[in-house]
Ligand binder design. Structure first.
Ligand code: ACO
Length: 366
């Protein structure tokens, strides 16, 4: 049996986009600490930084915001394709299909290299697709984009049809910025591999969305809510967690390939959620579960350095802003579109096709 490495420790690319120091719990986007950006800038400014290498000046930001808003309209042909998908389709499959369809329709499917405009267009569009499809499956009429609202506020508005509370916009913006980029994770790598064949941006994004869907990656936050729903009360927490670990199950929202200390994103999200949901009994339960789980993980997996990851507090923030559970992973995807597309543009700028090797461990005839 081959030893399974999961490419741990393998350097697959040089990047100027982000730096993760797993031992110190540090996350940097193009020279800026992500935590600071998350608390101090808008999502548009942080996205501009990743795509362009610098924060925008006042005039640049006005122009960029206007461009972004112009891309919020879904073509009628795309809506028709989304409308035909069965009601039982999960949202991540809908997003993968929609981006694929848009890539086929927009005439750029053979374009090389990918253009920055496409990064903005797909990013602006994805949240609109989520809102359009969500309201459709809920039997609600679609909501048009709000011309005055920026990306995150507009996302909440298009989901609910109501102007969002400022505290919710702030909390979700913090989450969007912290979730937008994270180095060579599985979904980013998947996209870069596809693009490295000189394929187009839509094809690469379909690969990224497919990778994001899995419960070991972007699928974890809704699993965190399931876990807390099952635990139900503070009194049951230790017994439930112990049972899971004794039977070899993983605890969702804990552990990370890179972070061997607290995930800095989880810490920033915890600060935001504490302000928003301190009175919510669910949040109180989450805080207790976190501390019990970290202690038990030390007991069951000594030396493994397993701590809370971003997904644990992502679940708390998303719940605090009343995001439906089915939209947790899609919302993560909406944020991560910025990082993915920035990586695709970077890959194109210094491209060499990915072609690793495998070690044959089967039999040789004769
Ligand atoms: N609960 C219990 N045990 C765990 C957990 C966990 N959450 N995570 C890792 N371990 C254990 C493993 O069982 C293994 O133990 P063993 O050596 O005794 O068999 C050891 O820790 C090392 O685990 P690996 O699988 O080698 O760690 P890897 O780096 O491959 O996995 C991952 C990272 C997938 C995130 C893992 O920690 C996990 O499955 N966590 C739960 C799912 C989750 O929260 N995913 C979101 C990650 S953040 C993101 O993708 C945005």
């Amino acid at each position: 049996m081959a030893s399974v490495t999961g490419l741990e420790g393998i350097v697959a690319a040089e990047t100027e986009l982000s730096f993760v120091d797993g031992e110190k719990g540090l996350l940097i986007y193009r020279g800026h600490e992500a935590k600071e950006l998350a608390l101090q800038t808008s999502f548009e400014e942080a996205a501009y930084l990743l795509w362009n290498g610098k924060l925008p000046g006042d005039e640049e930001l006005i122009h960029f915001r206007a461009q972004w808003k112009a891309h919020r309209v879904l073509p009628a042909a795309l809506k028709a394709i989304i409308d035909q998908l069965p009601a039982k389709s999960d949202m991540m499959s809908v997003l993968r299909t929609a981006i694929s369809a848009e890539g086929a329709a927009d005439g750029t499917s053979r374009a090389w290299p990918p253009q920055p405009e496409a990064a903005l267009r797909y990013t602006a569009m994805l949240s609109v697709i989520i809102a359009y499809r969500y309201r459709q499956t809920e039997g609600l009429p679609p909501v048009e984009p709000h011309p005055e609202l920026d990306h995150v506020a507009n996302y909440l508005y298009m989901l609910t049809g109501k102007l969002p509370k400022q505290a919710h916009v702030k909390a979700l913006t913090t989450y969007f910025i912290l979730a937008m980029e994270h180095g060579m994770n599985a979904s980013t790598f998947a996209g870069r591999v596809v693009l490295s064949t000189q394929s187009d941006m839509a094809s690469a994004l379909c690969a990224s969305i497919g990778a994001m869907k899995g419960p070991l990656h972007g699928g974890a936050p809704s699993e965190v809510v399931h876990m807390l729903d099952e635990i139900e009360t503070k009194e049951r927490a230790e017994m439930w967690l112990r049972q899971q670990l004794s039977s070899g199950q993983r605890l969702m929202g804990f552990g990370h390939r890179i972070y061997k200390t607290f995930d800095p994103r989880a810490e920033a999200l915890r600060i935001i959620t504490t302000g928003l949901a301190a009175e919510d009994p669910w949040f109180e339960l989450a805080t207790l579960v976190e501390s019990v789980a970290v202690n038990l993980l030390h007991e069951f997996k000594p030396g493994r350095k397993l701590y809370t990851n971003v997904e644990f507090y992502a679940a708390a923030v998303l719940r605090a802003v009343s995001m439906p559970k089915t939209l947790f992973t899609p919302t993560f995807t909406a944020a991560r579109m910025v990082g993915w597309t920035a990586h695709l543009l970077e890959q194109a700028s210094c491209n060499r096709i990915f072609r690793p090797q495998s070690v044959y461990v089967g039999t040789i005839p004769g």
